[in-house]
Design a protein around this ligand. Structure first.
Ligand SMILES: [Ca+2]
Ligand SMILES: [Ca+2]
Ligand SMILES: [Ca+2]
Length: 219
């Protein structure tokens, strides 16, 4: 019996690249989430060209087997170096997408989108681009260069908050006060990760953006 070879994730991604002819470049920011409800985490990555790729986990316990269906990827227009984050922002049981990236026009500012999952826990279906919620200006992400985003309920109030990195070494918390279909975020707070300070002092009162009120196209 020929033993099954275990390939590293990098090797699997490299294999996909060879198959498609397009190298995976940029800051992929890999995120794991079970997108099809089969109990196995799937992989979501961004690339330098503005595409979000979904790699489906067809493996078994102890042996990941990630396969991309190219038709399932989505392209974020006017953005390069996109980076995804996943969280159930609207509370319907399926993971929604936040995508941060470099503005492809200015090449010096950032952009941030909320992309609702309108599918089911077993079959994601991403909102059409005309319905994406542009969070860029309201959250001040346009002042960032290579932004990245993480999403999760930081304070346990049931609302998905965002942690934003400006690409220059500063990280911010955007605490969600309400939403969606409308989002209301508190002013950005700088997260000070200095190892010399106790964890309780990591949230400074510094704010660079006034409270943002932003509403989706569904309102
Ligand atoms: Ca899965
Ligand atoms: Ca959802
Ligand atoms: Ca929260």
């Amino acid at each position: 019996m020929v033993p099954q070879r275990r390939r590293s994730l990098a090797a699997q991604l490299a294999a996909r690249d060879a198959a498609t002819g397009r190298p995976l470049r940029g800051k992929p920011s890999p995120r794991l989430a079970d997108l099809n409800g089969d109990g196995k985490p799937d992989l979501v990555v961004g690339d330098d060209g503005g595409a979000i790729h979904f790699l489906w986990n067809q493996g078994t316990p102890g042996l990941a087997d990630l396969r991309e269906n190219p038709s399932s990827s989505i392209a974020v227009s006017a953005c390069y170096w996109v980076q995804p984050a996943l969280a159930d922002a609207d509370g319907d049981g399926d993971p929604d997408l936040f995508v941060a990236g470099l503005d492809a026009v200015t090449l010096s500012s950032g952009r941030l989108f909320y992309i609702e999952n309108r599918g089911t826990p077993a079959a994601p279906a991403w909102a059409p681009e005309t319905d994406w919620l542009d969070l860029t200006t309201a959250l001040g992400v346009d002042a960032f260069s290579f932004p990245s985003v993480a999403a999760g309920d930081v304070n346990g109030d049931g609302l998905v908050d965002l942690v934003l990195d400006d690409g220059q070494g500063t990280t911010y918390l955007a605490r969600c006060l309400h939403g969606p279909p409308g989002f209301v975020f508190a002013p950005l707070v700088v997260l000070d990760a200095s190892p010399t300070k106790p964890s309780s002092a990591r949230l400074s009162a510094t704010s660079t953006v006034t409270a943002a009120r932003i509403w989706s196209s569904e309102v």
